[in-house]
Design a protein around this ligand. Structure first.
Ligand code: SAM
Length: 243
């Protein structure tokens, strides 16, 4: 199919991922609310609330296109902190910037178009890095995690919020039905785009599970890596430190 990424070259895949998000950028929010029945807002609030990010911190929010995470983090870092929003897609960055600017949030925010696999920042330049629903789309996840490790200060923390593996056996068929049948249908009806949502379901299935991502983070050099499941493992928060 159009989004059968398994057999396309890496360069092509990057282009396709870019197109997926360009095509959904506008409808992105409505879809998130519908697909998760609004729960993504709670996940994001929990994610930032338990981050330990504090006043004065300099934080990189990767794949931060929508501005959702940055908005929550800005309250935490305050006047003396800074949030850099990094995303590979111009349109997504634009959507986020418009939204935050409309809320009057300008000071302490920066926007950088970047690829998470090759972060354009000096070594040891951030106190924390967050990445919500973004790592799944990255081609070389280990390279991205290594790049994050490099730009973190010693003692810095990385946090990844991402779809993961549902823990309860009985829930899996229901979840799969939702992902592979309901979501593409909703995507077609709301965003006029079933492909992107079929890609979403496939990318969730292909993404490493809790143990897999933990191992990958450790391989990238992170210490004290811990995992917390939310909503029975539909999503999980992985965090680790640079020591
Ligand atoms: N963090 C936001 C949220 O939780 O609402 C946006 C998540 S959205 C599902 C995924 C984002 O990842 C898109 O904006 C996409 O452009 C971005 N993305 C995909 N691959 C990327 C990469 N290699 N580097 C940086 N951003 C990437």
């Amino acid at each position: 199919t159009h989004f059968g990424f398994r057999d396309v070259p890496v360069g092509e895949k990057k282009k396709l991922v870019g197109e997926v998000f360009t095509s959904v950028a506008g409808k992105y929010d409505v879809m998130n609310d519908l697909m998760s029945l609004g729960v993504h807002r709670l996940w994001k609030r929990y994610f930032t609330g338990t981050s330990g990010i504090k006043r004065g911190d300099r934080v990189l929010d990767l794949a931060g296109g929508t501005g959702d995470i940055a908005k929550l983090l800005l309250e935490r870092v305050g006047e003396t902190g800074e949030i850099v929003i990094g995303d590979i897609n111009r349109e997504m960055l634009g959507v986020g910037r418009d939204r935050l600017t409309d809320l009057g949030l300008v000071k302490g925010l920066r926007y950088v178009q970047l690829n998470a696999e090759a972060l354009p920042f000096p070594d040891a330049s951030f106190d924390a890095i967050t990445m919500a629903f973004g790592l799944r789309n990255v081609t070389d996840k280990l390279e991205a995690l290594r790049s994050m490790h490099r730009i973190l200060k010693t003692g810095g923390k990385v946090m990844v919020l991402e779809f993961s593996e549902v823990q309860a056996e009985w829930f899996r068929p229901i979840y799969d039905f939702h992902s592979f049948k309901v979501l593409p249908k909703l995507g077609e009806l709301i965003a006029g785009d079933a492909h992107s949502y079929r890609y979403l379901a496939e990318s969730i299935r292909k993404h490493p599970n809790q143990a897999g991502l933990k191992a990958l983070m450790e391989e990238a050099g992170f210490a004290q890596v811990s995992v917390r499941n939310l909503s029975g493992g539909i999503v999980a928060i992985h965090s680790g430190f640079k020591i």
